[in-house]
Write a protein that binds this ligand. Sequence first.
Ligand code: ASP
Length: 333
Amino acid sequence: MRAPTVAVISMGGTIACAPSADGAGLVPRINAADTSPVNGVEVRSVPWSLTDSSEISFDEIVRLAREVREQTDRGADAVVITQGTDTLEETAYALSLLRPLDTPVVFTAAMRAPSAPGSDAAANLQAAISAALDPELTYATSGAVVLMNDQIHSAKWVQKTHTHRVDAFRSVGRSDLGVIHEGRATLLRCDPAPALPALLDSDRGDAVRVALLTAVLDQDTDLIHAVARCGYQGLVVEGLGGGHVSGAVAEALGELARDIPVVYASRTRAGAVLEKTYGSPGAELDLIGRGCIPSGQLTALKARVLLTLLLRSGHPRDKAEALLMAEGAAGDG
Ligand code: ASP
Protein backbone atom coordinates (compact mmCIF):
# COMPACT_ATOMS: atom_id res chain seq x y z
CA MET A 1 0.00 0.00 0.00
CA ARG A 2 1.39 3.42 -0.91
CA ALA A 3 2.18 5.90 1.87
CA PRO A 4 -0.25 8.83 1.93
CA THR A 5 1.11 12.09 0.54
CA VAL A 6 0.77 15.37 2.41
CA ALA A 7 1.80 18.59 0.68
CA VAL A 8 3.36 20.96 3.22
CA ILE A 9 3.36 24.53 1.94
CA SER A 10 5.89 26.59 3.94
CA MET A 11 5.35 30.32 4.26
CA GLY A 12 7.94 31.47 6.78
CA GLY A 13 7.19 32.66 10.32
CA THR A 14 8.77 31.45 13.55
CA ILE A 15 8.36 27.80 12.52
CA ALA A 16 10.84 28.60 9.71
CA CYS A 17 13.12 30.86 11.75
CA ALA A 18 16.79 30.43 12.58
CA PRO A 19 19.32 32.89 13.99
CA SER A 20 20.39 35.29 11.25
CA ALA A 21 23.97 35.06 10.00
CA ASP A 22 24.75 38.59 11.27
CA GLY A 23 23.46 37.84 14.77
CA ALA A 24 20.57 40.28 14.43
CA GLY A 25 17.87 37.95 15.76
CA LEU A 26 15.66 35.21 14.38
CA VAL A 27 14.62 35.42 10.71
CA PRO A 28 12.65 33.01 8.51
CA ARG A 29 15.31 31.11 6.57
CA ILE A 30 14.49 27.38 6.73
CA ASN A 31 11.81 25.31 5.08
CA ALA A 32 9.40 24.25 7.82
CA ALA A 33 8.58 21.01 5.99
CA ASP A 34 12.17 19.84 6.41
CA THR A 35 12.19 20.15 10.18
CA SER A 36 10.55 16.88 11.02
CA PRO A 37 10.14 13.56 9.13
CA VAL A 38 6.87 11.75 9.81
CA ASN A 39 6.81 7.95 9.76
CA GLY A 40 4.66 6.35 7.08
CA VAL A 41 3.87 9.64 5.34
CA GLU A 42 5.27 11.01 2.10
CA VAL A 43 5.79 14.71 2.77
CA ARG A 44 5.78 16.76 -0.41
CA SER A 45 7.64 19.91 0.52
CA VAL A 46 6.34 23.04 -1.22
CA PRO A 47 8.59 26.02 -0.39
CA TRP A 48 6.36 29.08 -0.87
CA SER A 49 8.00 32.01 0.89
CA LEU A 50 10.35 32.93 3.73
CA THR A 51 8.64 35.94 5.22
CA ASP A 52 7.14 37.25 8.41
CA SER A 53 3.37 36.75 8.37
CA SER A 54 2.88 40.53 8.46
CA GLU A 55 3.86 40.53 4.76
CA ILE A 56 1.01 38.28 3.57
CA SER A 57 -1.57 39.96 1.30
CA PHE A 58 -5.07 38.99 0.17
CA ASP A 59 -3.70 38.45 -3.35
CA GLU A 60 -1.19 36.01 -1.90
CA ILE A 61 -3.87 34.10 0.01
CA VAL A 62 -5.88 33.71 -3.18
CA ARG A 63 -2.78 32.38 -4.97
CA LEU A 64 -2.20 30.08 -1.99
CA ALA A 65 -5.74 28.72 -2.25
CA ARG A 66 -5.13 27.92 -5.91
CA GLU A 67 -1.89 26.16 -4.95
CA VAL A 68 -3.80 24.05 -2.42
CA ARG A 69 -6.10 22.90 -5.19
CA GLU A 70 -3.16 22.30 -7.51
CA GLN A 71 -1.46 20.11 -4.91
CA THR A 72 -4.49 17.87 -4.49
CA ASP A 73 -4.98 17.77 -8.28
CA ARG A 74 -1.41 16.49 -8.38
CA GLY A 75 -2.26 13.64 -6.02
CA ALA A 76 -1.69 14.99 -2.51
CA ASP A 77 -4.07 13.35 -0.03
CA ALA A 78 -4.02 16.38 2.26
CA VAL A 79 -2.49 19.84 2.55
CA VAL A 80 -0.78 21.50 5.52
CA ILE A 81 0.24 25.16 5.47
CA THR A 82 2.88 26.57 7.82
CA GLN A 83 3.26 30.29 8.45
CA GLY A 84 3.84 32.91 11.15
CA THR A 85 1.44 33.03 14.07
CA ASP A 86 0.73 36.77 13.98
CA THR A 87 -1.81 36.81 11.15
CA LEU A 88 -2.78 33.13 11.31
CA GLU A 89 -6.29 33.83 12.59
CA GLU A 90 -6.90 35.98 9.49
CA THR A 91 -5.22 33.87 6.79
CA ALA A 92 -6.81 30.61 7.97
CA TYR A 93 -10.24 32.23 8.00
CA ALA A 94 -9.63 33.70 4.53
CA LEU A 95 -8.71 30.26 3.20
CA SER A 96 -11.80 28.82 4.85
CA LEU A 97 -13.96 31.33 3.01
CA LEU A 98 -12.19 30.79 -0.33
CA ARG A 99 -12.66 27.04 0.29
CA PRO A 100 -10.46 25.62 -2.48
CA LEU A 101 -11.43 22.05 -1.48
CA ASP A 102 -14.42 20.31 0.04
CA THR A 103 -12.04 18.86 2.62
CA PRO A 104 -10.22 20.72 5.40
CA VAL A 105 -6.81 22.33 5.06
CA VAL A 106 -4.68 22.37 8.22
CA PHE A 107 -2.64 25.42 9.21
CA THR A 108 0.11 25.23 11.77
CA ALA A 109 2.90 27.43 13.10
CA ALA A 110 5.20 27.69 16.11
CA MET A 111 5.51 30.04 19.05
CA ARG A 112 9.14 28.96 19.62
CA ALA A 113 11.63 28.67 16.76
CA PRO A 114 13.06 25.21 15.97
CA SER A 115 16.37 26.29 17.54
CA ALA A 116 14.74 27.38 20.85
CA PRO A 117 14.63 25.10 23.91
CA GLY A 118 11.24 23.40 24.10
CA SER A 119 10.33 24.43 20.54
CA ASP A 120 6.81 23.50 19.47
CA ALA A 121 7.75 23.52 15.76
CA ALA A 122 8.27 19.78 15.14
CA ALA A 123 5.39 18.72 17.42
CA ASN A 124 2.95 21.09 15.74
CA LEU A 125 4.00 20.04 12.24
CA GLN A 126 3.74 16.34 13.03
CA ALA A 127 0.35 16.78 14.67
CA ALA A 128 -0.87 18.88 11.73
CA ILE A 129 0.17 16.18 9.26
CA SER A 130 -1.59 13.45 11.27
CA ALA A 131 -4.73 15.56 11.62
CA ALA A 132 -4.78 16.42 7.93
CA LEU A 133 -4.82 12.70 7.06
CA ASP A 134 -7.43 11.82 9.65
CA PRO A 135 -10.83 11.01 8.07
CA GLU A 136 -12.56 12.20 11.26
CA LEU A 137 -11.41 15.74 10.57
CA THR A 138 -13.13 15.69 7.18
CA TYR A 139 -16.26 14.51 8.92
CA ALA A 140 -16.10 17.38 11.44
CA THR A 141 -15.47 20.30 9.10
CA SER A 142 -14.93 21.34 5.50
CA GLY A 143 -13.20 24.59 6.45
CA ALA A 144 -9.63 25.41 7.32
CA VAL A 145 -8.42 24.54 10.81
CA VAL A 146 -5.53 25.76 12.94
CA LEU A 147 -3.54 23.16 14.82
CA MET A 148 -1.36 24.45 17.67
CA ASN A 149 -0.31 22.84 20.95
CA ASP A 150 -2.26 19.63 20.17
CA GLN A 151 -5.51 21.62 19.91
CA ILE A 152 -7.54 21.86 16.71
CA HIS A 153 -9.43 25.12 16.17
CA SER A 154 -11.96 26.11 13.51
CA ALA A 155 -10.57 29.02 11.50
CA LYS A 156 -13.72 31.03 12.18
CA TRP A 157 -13.29 31.08 15.95
CA VAL A 158 -9.57 30.89 16.53
CA GLN A 159 -7.70 33.87 17.97
CA LYS A 160 -4.10 34.45 18.98
CA THR A 161 -4.57 35.50 22.59
CA HIS A 162 -1.05 35.77 23.97
CA THR A 163 2.24 37.22 22.81
CA HIS A 164 4.55 34.30 23.55
CA ARG A 165 2.97 31.28 25.25
CA VAL A 166 2.75 28.00 23.33
CA ASP A 167 -0.95 27.84 24.22
CA ALA A 168 -1.56 31.28 22.67
CA PHE A 169 -4.30 30.03 20.32
CA ARG A 170 -7.84 29.65 21.60
CA SER A 171 -11.30 28.97 20.21
CA VAL A 172 -12.72 31.91 22.09
CA GLY A 173 -16.15 31.34 23.61
CA ARG A 174 -16.56 27.76 22.43
CA SER A 175 -14.88 24.40 22.66
CA ASP A 176 -11.94 23.47 20.46
CA LEU A 177 -12.88 21.50 17.36
CA GLY A 178 -10.65 18.67 18.56
CA VAL A 179 -7.47 17.54 20.24
CA ILE A 180 -4.50 15.42 19.25
CA HIS A 181 -4.09 12.41 21.48
CA GLU A 182 -1.33 9.81 20.96
CA GLY A 183 -0.81 11.10 17.45
CA ARG A 184 -4.46 10.90 16.42
CA ALA A 185 -7.18 13.49 16.18
CA THR A 186 -10.15 13.23 18.51
CA LEU A 187 -12.94 15.51 17.32
CA LEU A 188 -15.02 17.15 20.03
CA ARG A 189 -17.72 18.73 17.89
CA CYS A 190 -18.67 19.38 14.24
CA ASP A 191 -18.70 22.69 12.40
CA PRO A 192 -22.05 23.65 10.92
CA ALA A 193 -22.29 23.56 7.11
CA PRO A 194 -20.82 26.74 5.56
CA ALA A 195 -23.26 29.67 5.48
CA LEU A 196 -21.57 31.13 2.39
CA PRO A 197 -20.69 30.05 -1.13
CA ALA A 198 -16.98 29.28 -1.64
CA LEU A 199 -15.33 32.52 -2.76
CA LEU A 200 -12.26 31.28 -4.64
CA ASP A 201 -13.72 30.91 -8.12
CA SER A 202 -15.63 34.19 -7.89
CA ASP A 203 -12.57 36.17 -6.71
CA ARG A 204 -11.88 38.87 -9.31
CA GLY A 205 -8.60 40.07 -7.85
CA ASP A 206 -10.05 43.57 -7.41
CA ALA A 207 -7.95 45.87 -5.23
CA VAL A 208 -10.26 46.14 -2.23
CA ARG A 209 -9.21 47.85 0.99
CA VAL A 210 -11.26 47.59 4.18
CA ALA A 211 -10.10 49.68 7.14
CA LEU A 212 -10.31 48.63 10.78
CA LEU A 213 -10.58 51.14 13.63
CA THR A 214 -10.98 50.56 17.36
CA ALA A 215 -13.37 52.65 19.46
CA VAL A 216 -11.62 54.25 22.44
CA LEU A 217 -12.28 56.57 25.33
CA ASP A 218 -12.65 60.23 24.31
CA GLN A 219 -12.45 59.46 20.58
CA ASP A 220 -12.41 62.14 17.89
CA THR A 221 -13.71 61.57 14.36
CA ASP A 222 -10.67 62.59 12.30
CA LEU A 223 -9.63 59.03 11.45
CA ILE A 224 -13.19 58.13 10.46
CA HIS A 225 -13.32 61.05 8.04
CA ALA A 226 -9.91 59.97 6.74
CA VAL A 227 -11.35 56.55 5.79
CA ALA A 228 -13.48 58.18 3.09
CA ARG A 229 -10.69 60.50 1.92
CA CYS A 230 -8.26 57.60 1.62
CA GLY A 231 -10.63 55.67 -0.65
CA TYR A 232 -11.29 52.59 1.47
CA GLN A 233 -14.18 50.45 0.21
CA GLY A 234 -15.35 49.42 3.67
CA LEU A 235 -14.80 49.98 7.38
CA VAL A 236 -14.98 47.66 10.37
CA VAL A 237 -15.19 49.34 13.77
CA GLU A 238 -14.17 47.40 16.81
CA GLY A 239 -16.73 48.98 19.14
CA LEU A 240 -16.85 49.22 22.91
CA GLY A 241 -18.54 46.38 24.81
CA GLY A 242 -21.58 45.19 22.88
CA GLY A 243 -20.38 47.15 19.81
CA HIS A 244 -20.86 50.78 20.86
CA VAL A 245 -19.27 54.12 20.03
CA SER A 246 -19.90 57.69 21.19
CA GLY A 247 -22.70 59.76 19.67
CA ALA A 248 -20.26 61.88 17.67
CA VAL A 249 -18.48 58.83 16.30
CA ALA A 250 -21.84 57.25 15.40
CA GLU A 251 -22.74 60.36 13.42
CA ALA A 252 -19.47 60.17 11.46
CA LEU A 253 -19.99 56.43 10.88
CA GLY A 254 -23.52 57.10 9.64
CA GLU A 255 -22.21 59.61 7.09
CA LEU A 256 -19.64 57.08 5.91
CA ALA A 257 -22.25 54.31 5.73
CA ARG A 258 -24.06 56.31 3.04
CA ASP A 259 -21.13 55.50 0.73
CA ILE A 260 -19.48 52.29 1.91
CA PRO A 261 -20.32 49.31 4.14
CA VAL A 262 -19.62 50.01 7.81
CA VAL A 263 -19.57 46.99 10.14
CA TYR A 264 -19.53 47.18 13.91
CA ALA A 265 -17.85 44.44 15.98
CA SER A 266 -16.70 44.38 19.61
CA ARG A 267 -13.28 45.09 21.03
CA THR A 268 -14.01 42.51 23.75
CA ARG A 269 -13.42 39.88 21.01
CA ALA A 270 -15.81 37.46 22.70
CA GLY A 271 -19.56 37.05 22.28
CA ALA A 272 -21.93 38.36 19.63
CA VAL A 273 -22.47 42.12 19.29
CA LEU A 274 -25.76 43.52 20.53
CA GLU A 275 -28.50 44.34 18.01
CA LYS A 276 -31.61 45.30 19.91
CA THR A 277 -30.93 46.36 23.48
CA TYR A 278 -29.51 49.87 23.90
CA GLY A 279 -30.90 53.03 22.40
CA SER A 280 -28.43 55.77 23.47
CA PRO A 281 -26.56 57.74 20.80
CA GLY A 282 -23.78 55.47 19.50
CA ALA A 283 -25.35 52.27 20.81
CA GLU A 284 -26.43 49.47 18.47
CA LEU A 285 -29.94 50.71 17.69
CA ASP A 286 -28.51 54.09 16.69
CA LEU A 287 -25.73 52.49 14.61
CA ILE A 288 -28.14 50.15 12.82
CA GLY A 289 -30.51 53.08 12.19
CA ARG A 290 -27.63 54.91 10.55
CA GLY A 291 -26.95 52.02 8.16
CA CYS A 292 -24.14 50.24 10.02
CA ILE A 293 -24.33 46.46 10.17
CA PRO A 294 -23.55 44.06 13.03
CA SER A 295 -20.71 41.54 12.73
CA GLY A 296 -22.67 39.03 14.84
CA GLN A 297 -20.20 36.61 16.41
CA LEU A 298 -17.30 37.60 14.18
CA THR A 299 -14.39 39.51 15.64
CA ALA A 300 -13.40 42.67 13.80
CA LEU A 301 -10.42 40.85 12.25
CA LYS A 302 -12.63 38.10 10.85
CA ALA A 303 -15.30 40.56 9.69
CA ARG A 304 -12.66 42.57 7.81
CA VAL A 305 -11.38 39.43 6.06
CA LEU A 306 -14.91 38.42 5.11
CA LEU A 307 -15.97 41.86 3.85
CA THR A 308 -12.76 42.17 1.81
CA LEU A 309 -13.27 38.80 0.12
CA LEU A 310 -16.96 39.44 -0.54
CA LEU A 311 -16.18 42.77 -2.20
CA ARG A 312 -13.28 41.23 -4.16
CA SER A 313 -15.81 38.72 -5.49
CA GLY A 314 -17.84 41.59 -6.93
CA HIS A 315 -20.82 41.18 -4.64
CA PRO A 316 -22.93 44.35 -4.66
CA ARG A 317 -23.02 46.10 -1.30
CA ASP A 318 -26.45 44.87 -0.16
CA LYS A 319 -25.60 41.26 -1.04
CA ALA A 320 -22.20 41.51 0.68
CA GLU A 321 -23.83 42.92 3.82
CA ALA A 322 -26.50 40.22 3.86
CA LEU A 323 -23.90 37.46 3.46
CA LEU A 324 -21.74 38.98 6.19
CA MET A 325 -24.67 39.06 8.60
CA ALA A 326 -25.60 35.46 7.74
CA GLU A 327 -22.04 34.29 8.39
CA GLY A 328 -21.84 36.35 11.59
CA ALA A 329 -25.04 34.80 12.89
CA ALA A 330 -24.15 31.22 11.95
CA GLY A 331 -22.32 29.07 14.45
CA ASP A 332 -22.49 27.15 17.62
CA GLY A 333 -22.94 29.80 20.21
N1 ASP B 1 6.40 37.47 13.61
C1 ASP B 1 6.21 36.04 13.39
C2 ASP B 1 5.21 35.90 12.24
O1 ASP B 1 4.03 36.01 12.42
C3 ASP B 1 5.72 35.44 14.65
C4 ASP B 1 5.46 33.96 14.61
O2 ASP B 1 5.57 33.26 13.64
O3 ASP B 1 5.12 33.45 15.70
O4 ASP B 1 5.64 35.69 11.15
